[in-house]
Design a protein around this ligand. Sequence first.
Ligand code: PLP
Length: 471
Amino acid sequence: MDNNEFRAWSRRAADWGADYRANLRNRPVRPAIAPGEIFGSIEASPPETPEPMEKIFADFESKIVPGMTHWQHPRFFAYFPANAAPVSVVAEYLVSVMAAQCMLWQTSPAATELEMRIVDWMRQALGLPEGFSGVIQDSASSATLAAVLTMRERALDWQGNKKGLAGQGKLRVYCSDQVHTSIDRAIWVAGIGEENLVRIPVAGRFRAMDTVALEAAILADREAGLLPAGIIACVGGTSTGGTDDIAAVAAMAKRQGLYLHVDAAWAGSAMICPEFRHFWAGVEGADSIVFNPHKWLGAQFDCSIQFIRQPEDLVRTLAIRPEFLKTHGHDSIINYSEWSVPLGRRFRALKLWFLLRAHGLEGLRGMIRNHIAWSEGLAARLAKEADFELVTEPMLSLFSFRHRAAPGADPDEHNLRLVDAINTDGRIYLTQTRVDGQVAIRFQAGQFESTAADVDMAFDVICECARSVMP
Ligand code: PLP
């Protein structure tokens, strides 16, 4: 592709993108395709000779787009959102064009320095105190892994990387059963072992860890000669928004000399609104906090900020400096690759810079407040219907509900059939979870382009489909 073609195809892609967004509302959220259909439509071997861009683009439109689940659809109410505000898409295009590797300050000074500035903007926006610095990781999973590795190294007196884990004390990490599976995976990958991830019982509306049980578990482990390393608390768990009492957990982590990592991957975005910060009161006592601007806030995936109280500990855990990476004479500057597991890194700060400037915090707060109000409204409407029950009350914009099955029918099967009917209908998209062992249907409003009318439509679709699956 020469430069003229590059210009023409970039324009064509931009036009396609604007049309796609304009017509998104008319598409089904989830495609009606069978597994293997797309795979079967793609040639089995790569081309030996160049193909014209017209044909490549036509195949993209005819083979790929119809097989996409539309995550930017205004009636995507499943999982959590992965919003890509148009302005952040524009920034990503610019980043793709420059295609810089931002691993060291000298490999991309502007990327490093903008990242420092934007992480601090977000610290202020979330109401976190001075003293936290941070890094933009690719995902919350990576941020949590970095935190778990740091707590491991701290607990092993910095000998884990050097000597391996064999022959060391048995490490223990504590969390509730409401945390995301990325915590399990971090524990596996860090070599701590699933059996040493201690699940503390939860209580109350927000399914918070019982801190008395937490402290008892830590003391019992010490007594048994095990090595408590850290605690992972959550604010806005994935299933139903489970939220720990961060102040109580932080106080105890301090008393017990343990590292505290807080996963607020989804709920963190809402903390730009001061009225929701009570959900993570005490968070300033954490050693690290992760939140994903690529979820609710509108920064194109991937973009996950890890705030860190003592970055020296993270760098001591992850920094590796072979000769070819040494930045002679510039060792006082930040080389962000020393703050994360991968060496190569994308320029992720630009899209946040564009997003925050184009919308302003007030614009983003308005969006989040609307989502929460609409979601609460929908929960209240469903609760009034005789054949529905709320399973969990709204936590920010997430709640779960269940439809009453016919007498004698299995309620789990009935509600799974309902989710399937809703998603096959295509006007909205929802997912399910289990609460106390029973299937519940999750609803979250968080799309950048959602309106109150979209949430009203969700009510109609849910009710219509529920009645259609009754015998
Ligand atoms: N933590 C929570 C609470 C989540 O909901 C998710 C994903 O939905 C994650 C962590 C993992 O996020 P990521 O995909 O950025 O690794």
